[in-house]
Structure formats: structure tokens, C-alpha cells
Write a protein that binds this ligand. Structure first.
Ligand code: URA
Length: 208
């Protein structure tokens, strides 16, 4: 049973997220809006204890307007399940809220966001963080690390350990699911890396 204060803060968090989502849709903080009109906001419970952060929406996410619903999302879903995490109980978002891409013929090819673009989009991630107040943020990949920490830190130096982030939140750094998809298509190493990813997510499961 939730207390009155808990119910109020849950309502405020949901209202704050709804307002932020509305404002995000007209964002011009970086040039990506010139080629990608759609914004993809985070989704999940407003009072989630764990927030997962990826890089940016991909082609499928841009079409559906939801984070992690394409191939990387499918891999993430399987890994979450294996780690004992119900996706419906975590808040899933991205460091960058639009799909940066270039057109090659009819194909939309993913382009990595620059540090300037990640830093500009941090405004929105910080607002999601302030609303949700997660106990743990899982930063998946280098772009998420920059978005969450506000600086570039080599992933390998932080990977796989829960560390303090601010007075109420801790951070766990791991790889991005797309890295695993690339590895699966290449030769060797996938099984091991996938198992490490699931092991990282198991650390997050304790916070959910
Ligand atoms: N990759 C991401 O980083 N985020 C998504 O939402 C989808 C793919």
C-alpha cells in the first residue's frame, strides 16, 4: 500500500515526464532535428528504481516512436529476461532522443552522435532522471556513458561495477546491445560477451 506522500510524488513524476515529453517534441538544441523530426522519449514507470540508457533511437524506434523496439531492443529483452528483470518495471531511455542518420538510396543509415549532440541532449536525460529518481542507472555503451556522466570515460574502466553517481543514484556501465549484434555477425566472442552482459544486468536486477 502506497503512502499519501508516495502517491503524490509518483503523480508528480508522471506529470513531469508528460510535460518533458511534450517539450522535447519541439527541441532544436542540436542540428539532428533538421533531418529527424521524430523524438523518441523514454518509457516505463515514472517511479522505476532502475533506468536503462542507450545511445539513440534506431530506424524502428523512429518509426514506432518508442525506445528499444528494433533488433537491439529484442536482444535487450531476451537478456533482461535471462537476468530476471521484467522490462515493464524499468524505465528505458536514450542519451540522444532523435535518430541521427544519413540516407543511402532509400536506406536510413545510423550515424553516431557527436559529443556536442550528446551534451545538448543531456538536458532531456537530466529531466527524466530528476522525475524518475532511479536508484540505479545502467549506461549501455559509450554514448550513454557520456550522456549520464557528462564526460567521456573509457567503458572498460567502469564496466560491470555499481558505482556512486550522485547523492541518491548509482551507475552501472555495460556494453550496448548493438555491439553484441555486431559481434554475433562477426567471428567469435559473442557467447562470452553476451554472458558478461547478462551478468551485468543481474547486478541491476537487485535494484528493480
Ligand atoms: N539503440 C539504442 O541505443 N536505442 C534504441 O532505442 C534503439 C537502438
Amino acid at each position: 500500500m502506497l503512502t499519501v506522500l508516495e502517491r503524490l510524488s509518483k503523480k508528480n513524476a508522471a506529470a513531469l515526464l508528460a510535460e518533458t515529453r511534450r517539450e522535447l517534441s519541439s527541441c532544436t538544441r542540436c542540428p539532428i532535428y533538421l533531418t529527424s523530426p521524430i523524438t523518441v522519449f523514454g518509457e516505463g514507470p515514472a517511479d522505476a528504481k532502475v533506468m536503462l540508457v542507450g545511445e539513440q533511437p534506431g530506424d524502428r524506434e523512429d518509426i514506432e516512436g518508442r525506445p528499444f523496439v528494433g533488433p537491439a531492443g529484442r536482444l535487450l529483452d531476451v537478456a533482461l529476461q535471462e537476468a530476471g528483470i521484467d522490462r515493464r518495471r524499468v524505465y528505458v531511455s536514450n542519451a540522444v532522443k532523435r535518430f541521427k542518420h544519413e540516407l543511402r538510396g532509400k536506406k536510413r543509415i545510423h550515424k553516431k552522435p557527436t559529443n556536442g549532440e550528446i551534451d545538448a541532449c543531456r538536458w532531456w536525460l537530466d529531466r527524466e532522471r530528476a522525475a524518475v529518481k532511479p536508484r540505479l542507472i545502467v549506461a549501455m555503451g559509450a554514448t550513454a556513458v557520456r550522456g549520464v556522466l557528462g564526460k567521456t570515460v573509457p567503458l572498460g574502466t567502469l564496466r560491470g561495477e555499481v558505482r556512486p553517481l550522485d547523492e541518491r543514484t548509482q551507475v552501472l556501465v555495460t556494453v550496448h546491445p548493438s555491439f553484441l549484434i555486431r559481434l554475433r555477425a562477426a567471428e567469435g566472442g559473442y557467447e562470452e560477451e553476451y554472458a558478461r552482459f547478462v551478468a551485468d544486468l543481474r547486478l541491476a536486477a537487485r535494484f528493480v
